[in-house]
Design a protein around this ligand. Structure first.
Ligand code: ZN
Length: 67
């Protein structure tokens, strides 16, 4: 199944479950998103690293080996 990603990406500012700040954004068209896990509650989030977010936030997510 494939869906067409939008031209623009949206920031994923925080985990929906525990509101932990996240350094992620949604994938733009042509980008491949990855599965991340919230370090606090373990919720799965799909996205890519947002380069404009503080680097220290990257410790709040863990890359999942499976999508
Ligand atoms: Zn969380």
């Amino acid at each position: 199944m494939s869906k067409v990603a939008p031209e623009t990406s949206e920031r994923i500012l925080a985990c929906e479950d525990c509101l932990l700040p996240l350094p992620l954004r949604t994938a733009r068209r042509g980008e491949v998103d990855a599965a991340w896990e919230c370090r606090s509650c373990g919720a799965r989030v799909h996205g890519v690293i947002a380069e404009d977010r503080p680097k220290k936030l990257r410790r709040n997510v863990r890359r999942c080996s499976q999508r």
